[in-house]
Design a protein around this ligand. Structure first.
Ligand code: FAD
Length: 327
């Protein structure tokens, strides 16, 4: 958060990149090569996901360590409660603490593979709120804590194509406020494709007294089927103009990618015009779309293939405790 605020204080827009743990060793090495190139553009932080149900725990911990100490970028590790008794949660937190990582995205997590509903494991937590409370109680101010926000409400709260009812949406928002009141410093949102919905969500959060920065999660459309699958899973509304634009090009992968960059650029322009100065890019471990959007926005100058020397270890923490200004 300090890094985001520092950028805003200097009139700059802060951006960040999210990655997930690849399945093979070769994939991991490719990811680090790509990450190195992307980090040269100066993201405020980069984050690495925690595989569904804790499936990538060891790899996520290893990648987070390498990001912080070898790629030298401020690193945030995702951590979920699924299949995690408190001892395992603490093992993960102690590990990243000893590696100098100070940022955690605290999540409940989805149900384990093959199950419909989230089940609290014995000796574990029921929701992200429990995890935030635990981190603050046990680790004080050491960690900067981020939580997930849902501009269209969490999928569990959405029972029809129309989206969440007003009541379900309001309950979701009230619960988000409890996560922030329990000690979260930053909100990163679920992906969305209707920018007005995101802007309304930010406004609604402000109305109920959520003052921390709310960072829009932008997922560029890279691939038609992948986009439909992800939007379906998250119950994300797809505006009709996006469906209409994609329909004639859906079998042309390159055209879909180009459209994804165009759409991401337009969405970000609108968000930035509203005064929000932070963007979080779900990279899906790819560089072209995320960097293409940032280049179109004039936030990065050129496609650097290697990072400038000398390298400097990332030492700053990106959180503040008091007087968090809404950005
Ligand atoms: P919570 O904040 O606990 O909320 C889940 C839902 O339950 C909400 O509808 C909330 O309103 C309701 N709820 C829960 N507890 C209460 C309560 N006590 N009172 C009232 N309502 C309550 N998943 C992964 O497995 N790994 C990842 O790395 C990962 N990264 C993510 C990153 C982002 C930015 C986002 C948005 C999601 C990510 N997810 C990840 C998915 C996430 O784990 C799922 O969406 C999960 O179903 C909910 O997690 P949460 O932290 O939002 O849960």
């Amino acid at each position: 958060i300090e890094k985001i605020q520092e950028a805003a204080g200097n009139g700059r827009t802060a951006f960040s990149f999210e990655y997930f743990p690849p399945k093979t060793e070769e994939g991991v090495e490719n990811l680090f090569e790509r990450m190195d190139r992307m980090v040269a553009h100066g993201p405020s932080f980069c984050d690495i996901t925690w595989g569904a149900g804790g499936s990538t725990a060891d790899l996520t911990l290893e990648i987070a360590n390498r990001m912080q100490n070898m790629v030298c970028v401020e690193t945030m590790m995702h951590l979920t409660c699924t299949n995690m008794p408190v001892e395992k949660i603490d093992h993960a937190l102690e590990t990243i603490k000893s590696n100098g990582i100070q940022n955690v995205l605290a999540l409940r997590g989805d149900p384990p593979h093959g199950q419909d509903k989230f089940v609290q494991v014995e000796g574990g937590f029921a929701c992200a709120l429990d995890l935030v409370q635990h981190i603050r109680a046990k680790y004080g101010d050491y960690f900067g804590i981020t939580v997930a926000g849902y501009p269209e409400a969490h999928p569990d709260a959405i029972q029809s194509e129309e989206g969440a009812t007003l009541e379900a949406y309001s309950n979701d928002l009230a619960y988000l406020k409890r996560k922030v009141d329990a000690g979260a410093d930053l909100i990163v949102t679920q992906l969305f494709y209707d920018t007005d919905i995101f802007l309304k969500f930010v406004n609604d959060c402000r109305q109920i007294g959520i003052t921390c920065p709310i960072v829009p999660g932008i997922m560029p459309i890279n691939n038609y089927k992948g986009f439909l699958r992800m939007a379906g899973f998250c119950k994300t509304k797809i505006p009709s103009e996006i469906t209409a634009a994609l329909d004639p090009i859906k079998d042309n992968e390159e055209a879909v990618k180009q459209y994804g960059i165009h759409l991401g650029t337009e969405m970000c322009k609108k968000i930035l015009a509203s005064g929000i100065k932070t963007l979080h890019l779900y990279t899906l471990n790819m560089d072209k779309s995320a960097l293409g959007i940032l280049m179109n926005l004039g936030l990065i100058e050129e496609y650097k293939v290697s990072r400038p020397l000398p390298w400097r270890p990332a030492t700053n923490v990106f959180r503040v405790k008091e007087d968090v200004r809404p950005i």
